[in-house]
Ligand binder design. Structure first.
Ligand code: ZN
Length: 241
């Protein structure tokens, strides 16, 4: 089984299409989406439609629930809040219901999918350190969990003795280890590399690979500016930050 696992598209149609283009030549059995299809970018409707068309497993990110009116934007920064308000005006009632109906945790085929952490999935906590990762490992039933939210790809690894973090690099699953994989962000990477980021998990080879896709950043930026969204949301795409 080959899974494409991706997160944080953030209404960036150019990035999302570039990723899906790669999958055309590398067949995928199932798509797993770890949240935030909307927010920040200029094409929420189109990205929701593409996501629905994949017939994958989808969970909610904070931007999805905020744009659907299912959670408040009190903890959002100003640019993010502006983007939520803008997104609410763009999407249809059907789209809103789709976003509002997304749950925060999914466990397809013995895998696990959550936007932030397993210890407080509905608070969308960031999995930023070994302590939070250890809390999530204690709640993880299987061997591997995929997360997003920080927009920074990487892996927390649990051994018999400890939990440690490793920068994103391809790896094969080893016995007696468990993994929390941050798949990075398709539509707004923040690890210094502007290319769209995602993962492929091949259960036959027991291997997780990180992939990057170049896309038309300038067009995505122009659309954000033309939509009247905060300028920083356009600028940061070129920096991958
Ligand atoms: Zn996000």
């Amino acid at each position: 089984m080959r899974y494409a696992v991706f997160s944080d598209v953030h209404a960036n149609l150019e990035a999302f299409e570039a990723v899906l283009e790669i999958f055309k030549n590398a067949p995928i059995d199932k798509y797993l989406f770890a949240g935030d299809i909307v927010g920040y970018g200029a094409n929420p409707r189109e990205c929701i439609a593409l996501l629905k068309g994949l017939n994958g497993i989808c969970i909610a990110g904070n931007h999805d629930w905020a744009s659907a009116g299912r959670m408040s934007t009190d903890y959002f920064n100003e640019a993010a809040r502006e983007a939520v308000v803008w997104t609410q005006k763009q999407i249809s009632e059907n789209d809103r219901l789709f976003l509002a109906g997304l749950e925060t945790v999914a466990k397809p085929d013995g895998l696990c999918l959550v936007h932030g952490t397993l210890s407080s999935p509905e608070e969308f906590e960031y999995m930023t350190d070994g302590y939070k990762a250890a809390n999530s490992f204690s709640l993880l039933e299987g061997t591997i969990c995929f997360v997003g939210h920080t927009h920074k790809p990487g892996v927390f690894i649990e051994t018999d003795e400890r939990v440690f973090y490793r920068q994103a690099q391809d790896f094969s699953l080893e016995p007696a280890k468990r993994y929390i994989v941050n798949v990075g962000s398709v539509g707004q990477p923040r690890d210094g590399d502007p290319k769209a980021c995602f993962c492929v998990y091949d259960t036959t080879r027991e291997r997780v690979e990180f992939r990057r896709a170049s896309y038309d950043v300038a067009t995505a930026q122009r659309k954000i500016r033309e939509a009247g969204l905060p300028r920083i949301l356009s600028d940061r795409l070129a920096l991958g930050s």
